[in-house]
Design a protein around this ligand. Structure first.
Ligand code: 5RP
Length: 307
């Protein structure tokens, strides 16, 4: 196969033999190798596959992500708004970046033709019937199962300050190791039990512990003093929405979180329990990716909402 410079293979097809005058190739001598760096916090020293997956999670234009969390059934059963995952999740998918769910929820209710990358919850925990949710969690889906689900991120729940702390950190380490082997990042999830105060002090401690134990992303909650929490955490923090708030308040929380250093949301109830979930997903996305204020995004929500 001749190249444009006139070098063609020899007759036996194996040895290149020069033929004709050399044409110009431009090696751009003097131009430094292009290395744009890598925009995800704490990921500069990871390998290509890990970075590529993180870049599918955090949009390169904003550095942020809107993840739709619909994993609630793993301990809560058919949560309000998620009674029929098959009817609720596919219509929301075009408005979010990442789908965060369980293997069973995704496999049973979300068509595999969906284009969003998947963050897979890979652990099980005690159901809401138990007083202590931290008691006795384990691995619900191993790395082979996660790769079969084409997951770009593994989510593991942790219970800092609860009786199950040690067990959950052991599980996090196991997930981080398995993911690292195949270039799949892990998101450590900070659980807030009944006995845990939602204070700056608690979230500073919990998010940092998860990052130091190898989580590539941390899911936590917005709190007063949040800018200290994001500053002290060496990897990106995405916030959970928590229990349903009026839409305007949920957008204010998202706005403050982004302004104070969050790299996105992994939001469930405040999207799928909204009066108009697609409009809410889009309004959240405008805060997260376009830098719109909470009031601009709320105006958008009201304009877009189906009456
Ligand atoms: C609990 C979780 C939830 O299962 C869920 O993802 C939380 O989402 P939201 O609070 O926005 O409904 O992560 O730790």
């Amino acid at each position: 196969m001749p190249d444009a410079d006139g070098i063609t293979p020899g007759q036996d097809g194996t040895k290149p033999a020069p033929s004709g005058p050399a044409q110009t190739k431009d090696y751009h001598l003097g131009v430094a190798p292009q290395d744009a760096g890598f925009p995800v916090k704490g990921a500069a020293h990871l390998e290509w596959g890990m970075k590529n997956r993180l870049a599918r999670m955090f949009r390169p234009d904003s550095g942020n992500t809107v993840m739709l969390a619909f994993d609630h059934g793993y301990i809560m059963g058919p949560t309000t708004g998620l009674e029929r995952l098959d009817l609720v999740i596919p219509p929301l998918a075009p408005y979010v970046d990442v789908l965060m769910g369980t293997r069973g929820g995704l496999r049973g209710c979300v068509p595999p033709t969906v284009q969003n990358p998947v963050c897979l919850r890979v652990g099980y925990d005690a159901s809401v019937l138990f007083d202590d949710m931290s008691d006795g969690g384990g691995l619900a889906c191993d790395i082979a199962g996660a790769l079969r689900m084409n997951a770009i991120c593994l989510a593991a729940q942790t219970f800092i300050g609860a009786p199950g702390e040690k067990n959950s950190l052991g599980l996090l380490a196991q997930v981080v190791d398995a993911g690292a082997k195949y270039g799949v990042p892990t998101m450590g999830v900070v659980a807030v039990g009944k006995q845990m105060a939602r204070t700056e002090q608690f979230f500073l401690l919990a998010t940092r512990i998860l990052a130091e134990n190898g989580a590539n992303v941390v899911k936590s909650y917005y709190c007063d003093g949040f800018e200290h929490v994001t500053a002290a955490c060496p990897v990106p923090i995405v916030i959970a929405g928590g229990k349903k708030l009026p839409e305007a308040e949920a957008l204010t929380m998202a706005y403050r979180a982004i302004a104070e250093g969050a790299h996105g949301v992994d939001m469930g109830r405040n999207i799928f329990q909204a009066a108009d979930p697609p409009a809410m997903a889009q309004a959240v996305s405008r805060v997260v990716h376009l830098g719109e204020s909470d009031s601009q995004a709320y105006e958008y929500y009201l304009d877009t909402k189906q009456r």
